[in-house]
Design a binder for this molecule. Sequence first.
Ligand SMILES: CC(C)(COP(=O)(O)OP(=O)(O)OC[C@H]1O[C@@H](n2cnc3c(N)ncnc32)[C@H](O)[C@@H]1O)[C@@H](O)C(=O)NCCC(=O)NCCS
Ligand SMILES: Nc1ncnc2c1ncn2[C@@H]1O[C@H](COP(=O)(O)OP(=O)(O)OP(=O)(O)O)[C@@H](O)[C@H]1O
Length: 202
Amino acid sequence: MLHIGLTGGIASGKSTVVTMLRGLGAGIVDCDVIAHDVVEPGSEGLAAVAAAFGPKTLLPDGSMDRAYIGSVVFGDKAKKAQLEAILFPLIHAGIDEEIKKIEENKKNPVIFLDMPLLYEVKYDSYVDETWLVYVDPVTQLTRLMKRNGYSESEALARIHAQLPIDKKRSLAQVIIDNTGSPEETQKQVLVAWQALMDRIKG
Ligand SMILES: CC(C)(COP(=O)(O)OP(=O)(O)OC[C@H]1O[C@@H](n2cnc3c(N)ncnc32)[C@H](O)[C@@H]1O)[C@@H](O)C(=O)NCCC(=O)NCCS
Ligand SMILES: Nc1ncnc2c1ncn2[C@@H]1O[C@H](COP(=O)(O)OP(=O)(O)OP(=O)(O)O)[C@@H](O)[C@H]1O
């Protein structure tokens, strides 16, 4: 089964495109969901993060204080690398598990890995091709600030923690430009999906 890496910048519209692809019959592995699952209350992942980042890691209900950890790691490269060293092996194991489940199900013609850091962690060499959800940098910043209620500097810290979207654009085989309306994006997704199905059916 074909494995396609779907990536983009933060708030570029990956989830929006993934919803469209799921509706067309694609199997989806959502790496952000896995990244949340590996730090569920009581998990090995959360215990390791708390040991490394101290008591402020945990909220009174035992869950991870994501805003606190985000405020630490998106301003400090070494702390970000420390968090990633703890979580990436757990996330990668979770990805393999989800891929296996979808393959065993045999219901989907193709699997998309929705992975924000696909190129950063060099996962592009493990997939058959990569698709990029592009948005122009100004729209990206505006949408991120609006969706998360971030100040401009909080949003920029997160954007700058990733490979620039224009660089990602040069690495992808298929580009969905989500700068316009959702309807315009939907049209591009349909064209790309049809071309993919034609290729698969050969
Ligand atoms: C720092 C954390 C706690 C902040 O949580 P928060 O709820 O604010 O964000 P969330 O996890 O929903 O991620 C939102 C977006 O941030 C970006 N992002 C997340 N982690 C990273 C990272 N390590 N480097 C660059 N960008 C990142 C992604 O575009 C992601 O879609 C969280 O992002 C985290 O645990 N990150 C480490 C795991 C990871 O790298 N996940 C993303 C790849 S699967
Ligand atoms: N074409 C569009 N027009 C207007 N708003 C959009 C469009 N596409 C997405 N958005 C909005 O932009 C924000 C980011 O989109 P989305 O959550 O799909 O991005 P994402 O790449 O999955 O983000 P992240 O990786 O940060 O989770 C959301 O608030 C979404 O509703």
